[in-house]
Design a protein around this ligand. Structure first.
Ligand code: GTP
Ligand code: MG
Ligand code: NA
Length: 470
């Protein structure tokens, strides 16, 4: 399906909502994948991207018999974390996207991170569609696999219909309390003023055709100007990581323009794009898998880039760089100018990051009786600290550090042994513990807690503290 006379790029859509509202599962349902079940603790802790070619969207929306012509080449969907600790990651989504899906669990309604997401969308004036997820959880729901939602609702008993109406009404009221008018999408006569609600199930697929069609139709109807393909490269870095078999890589979202193998890029020293990799269509960029190699790629796309060397990695600036632009040196550009622009952006981001660090440090009191915390990056340490300090346990923290747990960290933690024994502990978020460190900890009686999610770490430590108190 080739785009017609209008040369449009794929719209970028980000998915936002409260933790466990069903964002990743919804994408899994469209992709036919199982990303959500592979996530540590079932929570998303990274930003991701998936490309849906228009052929797939067309197939998925067939049952709606829509005569609308799909003019966009596809849809790039960006998944975000809903956990309260990841505000920093969540806030990038609206900055990148043309439209958003706000996922609200039909059983739970509006929750704190729904409101936070709404604020982010308002701040950036991003239009959105509400997916009212988990419709299959209505008691007695009769599943109608992948059916349009209106058809699925017609198949339900009176009881299910009543419960659906009651819950929908409550959620519409909750949105009204936030100052927003919302309505079931097929009853919505004033889209643009009133936000559309599409009930969905990620288990049996009801409402998915509707969601896709509303998204594509709405973007190509109202955003033709914004979606007009432009040659000027606009590209945002999502993540910097070492990737087995590829060395250091950066994951980016290409918003506009074309990237070529061999393009000179600045980040902020100049290097060259060695390989342009994407996951296969309908696969998640953040999940390790088989990559497709490209000579060139047109926006919008989620891409993994490899290069000979990355300054950001060499300088240990991985965290500071995420969310900044990738600078491509065009044939008419002055390399020094581009370098200067890249340096300036990097400096302001680094400064902002160190502001974040200052606020983290202010929560750590080296003179207090408290535990030690470690994580692999400043970003995740910030999230970890925020979670523990605001938790009901309210655990004081006396020391923090980045990277694997070594003997010296155990020594630091052991200071608490004769002051407050239960705090002679290291809380490590997704880290390696060296054998020597573990050995010393065992000998001294320092406890090391290590988990791959903040939740698990919290639960482990809470159970331990409870045990000590008894
Ligand atoms: P975070 O990324 O951690 O914020 O969560 P999320 O919004 O991505 O939610 P996720 O996809 O992880 O789903 C949370 C839980 O809800 C999982 O156990 C899913 O299996 C379940 N779930 C999601 N969608 C549906 C649905 O449509 N129906 C039912 N019955 N369960 C669902
Ligand atoms: Mg998720
Ligand atoms: Na989840």
């Amino acid at each position: 399906f080739k785009q017609a006379e209008e040369n449009l790029r794929s719209p970028i859509c980000c998915i936002l909502g409260h933790v466990d509202a069903g964002k990743t599962r919804l994408l899994d349902c469209i992709r036919g994948t199982n990303v959500q079940e592979g996530e540590a603790g079932g929570i998303t802790q990274q930003i991701g991207a998936t490309y849906f070619p228009v052929e797939n969207i067309q197939k998925r929306t067939e049952k709606l018999n829509a005569d609308a012509k799909l003019k966009v080449p596809g849809l790039l969907v960006v998944d975000t974390p809903g956990h309260e600790s990841f505000t920093n990651l969540r806030s990038w989504g609206p900055g990148l996207c043309d439209i958003a899906i706000l996922v609200v669990d039909i059983m739970d309604g509006i929750k704190p991170q729904t409101i936070e997401s709404l604020d982010l969308l308002k701040e950036r004036s991003v239009d959105f569609i509400i997916a009212l997820s988990k419709a299959d959880k209505l008691y007695g729901w009769k599943s109608c696999k992948n059916a349009p939602i209106k058809k699925a609702l017609e198949q339900q008993s009176k009881d299910v219909e009543d419960e659906f109406k009651m819950r929908l009404r409550n959620i519409i009221t909750q949105f009204k309390e936030q100052g927003l008018n919302t309505e079931l999408y097929y009853k919505n006569k004033e889209m643009g003023k009133t936000f559309s609600i599409v009930p969905t199930s990620a288990i049996s697929g009801e409402g998915i055709p509707d969601l896709l069609l509303v998204l594509v139709n709405w973007t190509q109807k109202t955003m033709v100007k914004k979606l007009a393909f432009r040659n000027e490269v606009q590209c945002t870095i999502l993540e910097v990581k070492v990737c087995e078999g590829y060395g250091t890589t950066i994951d980016v979202v290409l918003i506009n323009g074309v990237l070529h193998e061999g393009d000179k890029i600045v980040e902020p020293i100049d290097t060259k794009i060695q390989a342009l990799l994407t996951p296969h269509p309908m696969k998640e960029l953040r999940v390790k898998g088989v990559y497709q190699h490209h000579k060139e790629i047109k926006a919008a796309q989620g891409i993994k880039i490899t290069a000979q060397r990355f300054y950001i990695i060499m300088q240990g600036l991985q965290d500071a760089i995420a969310g900044t632009s990738l600078y491509v040196v065009g044939p008419n550009d002055d390399l020094e100018d581009v370098k200067k622009a890249a340096m300036e952006e990097m400096k302001s981001v680094t400064e902002a990051a160190s502001e974040g660090m200052k606020s983290v440090m202010s929560k750590v009191d080296k003179t207090c009786e408290g535990v030690c915390m470690q994580a692999s990056t400043w970003g995740s340490l910030e999230a970890l600290l925020a979670f523990f300090i605001s938790s009901k346990m309210s655990i004081p923290v006396r020391d923090i550090s980045i990277g694997p747990v070594h003997k010296k960290d155990v020594v630091t933690a052991s200071i608490m042994l004769d002051k407050k024994k239960e705090y002679a502990a290291i809380l490590a978020f997704d880290l390696k513990v060296t054998p020597e460190a573990q050995e010393l900890a065992n000998k001294l009686g320092v406890k090391i807690f290590n988990a791959d999610t903040i939740y698990h770490l919290y639960n482990q430590f809470e159970a331990y503290i409870k045990n000590v108190m008894e």
